[in-house]
Design a protein around this ligand. Structure first.
Ligand code: 2DT
Ligand code: MG
Length: 237
């Protein structure tokens, strides 16, 4: 059943730039896994509900100013305050689908110019994901026009064009939060690339949503069945 029979749950992380589709894909993956009868929870970082999370949220909304290293450590603390709950959920057989994790922590802070080793240090000892799915998109890319296959029939064309505009509207542009600027996102992408390791699977986030969804389902199912008997480990940084 992919997780309930005594094996531990999988720690599955989704990473990517802002507007890469992480949140929608996490939600879709979560309901798919639940439908399979798999014990699963959807988590996200920053977790804006804790008191640390509220400080982070105010910073992101430009309602407060914090020194770059200070906010970096708050993001990290926000993961540390969840570590023991995370571990007990996983050991209890629950799979966690997590929208952003330590890779966001390092890539975003390093993009501000902080030393990468310094950025990694407070993450050491947090749980290592079993799978990191990186949704690869160009910064501020709206919708993959090239990926939409038009049928030759006019009546289907109308339907497809409508779908296309609907998707573009759904995705929208960046919001007003800190970091949501194209130039900054490009630097974040470079740092993400330098963090790739053997747990990463890069998925082309510009493909149609359903295609991406299908790829994620397969990656997640494989991961869940493979890690049932594997020990939980810590981030190797
Ligand atoms: P959301 O838009 O996904 O809520 O993210 N960030 C996130 C960091 O700078 N460091 C971190 O450790 C994490 C988890 C990425 C809000 C923004 O916060 C950034 C975007
Ligand atoms: Mg955002």
């Amino acid at each position: 059943n992919g997780g309930g029979k005594g094996g531990r749950g999988a720690l599955i992380v989704l990473e990517g730039l802002d507007r890469s589709g992480k949140s929608s894909q996490s939600a879709r993956l979560l309901s798919f896994l639940e439908g399979k009868g798999c014990a699963t929870e959807g988590w996200r970082f920053p977790d804006r509900d804790t008191s640390v999370g509220k400080m982070i949220s105010a910073y992101l909304a430009n309602e407060s100013q914090l020194d770059d290293r200070t906010i970096h450590l708050l993001f990290s603390a926000n993961r540390w305050e969840k570590r023991s709950l995370m571990e007990s959920k996983l050991l209890g057989g629950t799979t966690l689908v997590v929208d952003r994790y330590s890779y966001s922590g390092v890539a975003f802070s390093a993009a501000k110019g902080l030393d990468i080793g310094w950025c990694k240090a407070p993450e050491v000892g947090l749980l290592a994901p079993d799978l990191v799915i990186y949704l690869d998109v160009q910064p501020e890319q709206k919708v993959a026009f090239s990926a939409v296959v038009y049928s030759g029939y006019p009546k289907f064309l109308m339907v497809n064009v409508n779908l296309l505009f609907q998707k573009a509207a759904e995705r929208g542009g960046y919001g007003g939060e800190r970091y949501e600027r194209v130039e900054f996102q490009k630097r974040v992408a470079e740092h993400y690339h330098s963090l790739r390791d053997s747990t990463w699977k890069v998925v082309d986030g510009s493909l149609p949503m359903e295609t991406v969804e299908e790829q994620l389902r397969e990656l997640a199912m494989n991961c869940i069945s493979e890690c049932q008997d594997k020990q939980l480990t810590n981030l190797p940084w």
